[in-house]
Design a protein around this ligand. Structure first.
Ligand code: NDP
Ligand code: OXD
Length: 324
């Protein structure tokens, strides 16, 4: 058959999609439009041996390993922990992740919003208001407060300019010192475990944007929280398992940490009786800091799948050994 002849449905490559049930139809419809020469299917209703490519959010453990013809995996997320947590996840084929400008902009909005909420002590006014109390309180300008971003990757770096525009001082912490960090004017970038304490001791608002890996899980524990200055605040937009939950509650109740904003949790959805829901120093949001919607996400997935099919070099490759 020549390439000009239409391919029969059976000869088209098969892309299986695994997303939440409530958005599945939207994703399938949009991806089918963007990839007319691909059979875009719901992964639950397709025989594993027919699947060539998979675009997934939280695949069931073992499911990817059971697809003998799989040639590439797209993480429908910036993180890949939801794939790599499965010890049987295939690591000899490319795994790529979704990232890009709209997702960066959304994350930056969220981080600026909550950094300012903490800085301007908005939840204290909310509490006073619920008791009909008029309690004025002057705060110092943002230039007196340092935001420390753990994880200076795509998303961490995207928060820098908007936080600076508001006036915050800024620092970052990363695994490796990289040349691109030098372009971040007036941002002190610390690297590695040996520079973590120096980073923490001047951080008033800690923003966590690290991937979940064997090195970062449980990193934010009581010991780390106590290295932050008195009255520091926490914004965790990375993954729930980076934070030791009981230790955060302890640090909030003892008054060392003033407040926390949490978008991600060890168990999602956050269980109904979880103490975070009712803690008056914790703001909870349902993993929406930079949610990938079907419109933006389908375009990113389609671009990755197109590259797989065309044999172009994959972009935003995950390194399974590094874990992100
Ligand atoms: P990147 O891979 O671009 O960046 C990760 C950063 O973390 C890099 O700076 C990396 O350092 C650093 N890092 C990794 N391991 C360590 C370590 N052990 N110690 C210190 N620094 C480390 O990821 P993104 O910025 O795209 O995303 C970050 C995370 O944000 C995702 O993994 C995901 O979990 C979360 N996320 C949450 C969303 C939400 O809606 N809440 C939405 C999107 C993402 P190095 O430069 O050396 O590699
Ligand atoms: C992501 C996420 O990693 O949504 O993209 O958390």
């Amino acid at each position: 058959m020549t390439s000009s002849q239409p391919k029969s449905p059976r000869s088209r490559p098969v892309l299986a999609v695994k997303v939440g049930e409530h958005v599945r139809e939207k994703w399938l419809t949009r991806l089918s439009k963007l990839l007319p020469d691909v059979a875009v299917v719901d992964w639950h209703t397709t025989a594993p041996d027919r699947i060539d490519y998979a675009a997934v959010w939280r695949p069931e453990p073992g499911a990817l390993a059971a697809m003998p013809s799989l040639k590439g995996i797209v993480s429908i997320a910036a993180g890949a922990d939801h794939i790599l947590d499965d010890p049987d996840a295939p690591t000899s084929i490319p795994i790529v992740r979704c990232t890009g400008e709209p997702l960066q902009a959304r994350m930056a909005e969220y981080v600026v919003l909550h950094a300012l909420r903490h800085h301007r002590r908005i939840s204290e006014f909310d509490r006073a208001r619920s008791n009909r109390q008029w309690r004025p309180l002057a705060t110092r300008p943002a230039s007196h407060s340092q935001v420390g971003i753990m994880g200076m990757g795509v998303l961490g770096r995207s928060c820098v300019a908007p936080l600076k525009a508001v006036g915050f001082q800024l620092a970052g912490w990363t695994r490796t010192a990289r040349p691109e960090h030098n372009d971040l004017n007036n941002v002190a970038v610390y690297a590695g475990a040996q520079q973590l304490d120096a980073f923490l001791e001047s951080t008033n608002i800690l923003v966590c944007l690290l991937p979940s890996t064997v090195e970062t899980r449980d990193l934010i524990d009581l010991n780390l929280l106590h290295k932050l200055p008195q009255d520091a605040c926490i914004i965790n937009v990375a993954r729930g398992d980076l934070l030791v939950e009981d230790d955060l509650i302890h640090a909030l109740d003892s008054g060392h940490i003033r407040e926390a904003t949490l978008d991600v949790f060890r168990t999602e959805p956050l269980p109904e009786h979880h103490p975070f829901w009712s803690h008056d120093k914790i703001v909870v949001t349902p993993h929406i800091a930079s949610l990938i919607d079907s419109h933006t996400g389908s375009a990113l997935v389609a671009e990755h799948v197109r590259r797989f099919i065309d044999g172009a070099s994959p972009q935003n490759l995950v390194d399974p050994h590094r874990g992100y």
